[in-house]
Structure formats: C-alpha cells, structure tokens
Design a protein around this ligand. Sequence first.
Ligand code: AMP
Ligand code: MN
Ligand code: MN
Ligand code: MN
Length: 275
Amino acid sequence: MNIDLHSHSTASDGLLKPEELVARAVANGVEVLALTDHDGVSGLSEARARAEAEGLRFVDGVEISVTWEGSAVHIVGLQIDPENPVLRSGLESIREGRARRAEKMGDALAAAGVPDSLAGAKTYAENPDLISRSHFARHLVKTGRAPDVKSVFQSYLVKGKPGFVPHQWASLAQAVSWIRASGGTAVVAHPGRYKFSKPELQVFLAQFRDCGGAGIEVVTGSHSPEQYLEFARVAREFGLAASRGSDYHGKGESKADLGALPQLPDDLKPVWHDW
Ligand code: AMP
Ligand code: MN
Ligand code: MN
Ligand code: MN
C-alpha cells in the first residue's frame, strides 16, 4: 500500500489547494493520504470530499507546533476529530500566537532593511489565519532577497538571522493531549531535523511516550536513507509505532513528492496497524 501521512495545503503553507493536493496524490498512486496542515484543520473537509469522490482513503490530520526545552518541534496528529472542541480551542490559541509573531517578524525585518514584508507575506497566505515563515520566504524570494526559499531561510529566517523571532508554541504535553482528546494518534514529525544531542533525544522521546505519544516518523521527505535506519532503531527502542509521510508542500519546495518514499522496514509496527 502507498500510504502518505504528512502533507500540506494552502490551509497552511502548502502551495496546492486541499482538493488539488488530493488529485495529485491520486495521480501519484497514493492509496491513503493524511492532510496535516500546521496548527489548523480548515482544509480537511474540502480534502475529504475530493478524496471520497476519487476513491482515496483520507485521514484527518494536523501538525502542531511545540516548544520543547527552547526548541521548535512538530507533533503530527492522525485520525483526529476536527470538530473536537478541546483540539479546536488549542489550535486557535496557537494561531493567535502566530499572528503576533508575524507582526514581530515584519518589524524585525524592517529594522534589518527589509520593509513591508508582512504585507508581502500576506499576499502568499491563502488562509489569513495562518501566516508562517514559508509565506515570508516566498515574498523575500520574489523581491530578490535570495534565489530560493531554502537560502532565504538560511539568510533571514532561522535562529540568529534578522527575521527570526523566538516564539513559545504549545507544550509537548498540551499538543499530545489535544490530539488524544480528539481521538487521534500523536506522532513525532521528522525527528531527524531537530538538533538534539543523543541524550536530549532520549529525554524528549521518553517524555513524549509518557504523556501519551504513540508514533514516530521513520520514513519522511526530511530524512536521508541513513536516518531511515537510525529512526527505525529508535522506534524499536522506544516501542513507538512507525509512520511514513512526504511532508509535501509543493513543487520546488519539497524533497519528496506525495507518496514517493520507500516503504517502512517490515518489522516495525505501522501507525495505521490498528485503524
Ligand atoms: P513556521 O511554522 O512559521 O515557523 O514555519 C515552519 C515551516 O517553514 C516549515 O513547516 C517548513 O515548511 C518551512 N521551513 C522551515 N525551515 C526551512 C528551511 N530551512 N528551508 C525551507 N523551508 C523551511
Ligand atoms: Mn511547513
Ligand atoms: Mn514540520
Ligand atoms: Mn509538515
């Protein structure tokens, strides 16, 4: 089965509308797709309707922004109930923080000689309720500050650069509890992207599991083949179920296309095992 459990639409920082994303997944041979937009669920109903029309199995998902020990970490929720009030109010609280951060980013970039970037970012954000660094990045590429999104991040938007604004997202326990309150499974997104030392990763995963987390992405567009093996070992060590997802955002912005990933190692328990 070709199962892709991590993707983004214009409801957050993806480039395709929810229904266009589903159509692309079908064209790529994906059989089960989760839409996991950042900190919101507003794209799910459109995606589900198109998936049902196309005969694709659709999984309601979300990717929640978390601050753990001062670092940003992402927790994916799968098979959530998007109507659940606990989940909805939690996500709303994060989105309010995003709006404030975007204002500060605009000010910080202006102070560094890059004017009007918030207005520019807003022209790329189809969902005015969800402004991310990706929207700033697209505007900065368009205005010639850097050749592509990746280099804009490196020069402007990561820690230590002029447009980076430190921000407090949800706590790990909050994110996991909101996902669980809505009947979902909590999964650590792209663990290979975090700059944790080995001991920090151990403490993080132990806390994640202790507060009810159940899975970890092993095969993702963010991992190298060596990292597939590394995080397969981590999944075994911590007794976590394994997930597979491209983290597709759109053409030219993602390493892996929808569904275009190796399968999970056979011995791991997949997150979808009990669905
Ligand atoms: P935010 O949640 O607003 O901090 O934005 C995070 C998003 O920016 C991620 O979900 C990615 O889509 C994108 N992103 C983060 N780091 C990079 C990078 N180095 N290159 C390209 N995109 C990135
Ligand atoms: Mn993103
Ligand atoms: Mn992420
Ligand atoms: Mn993602």
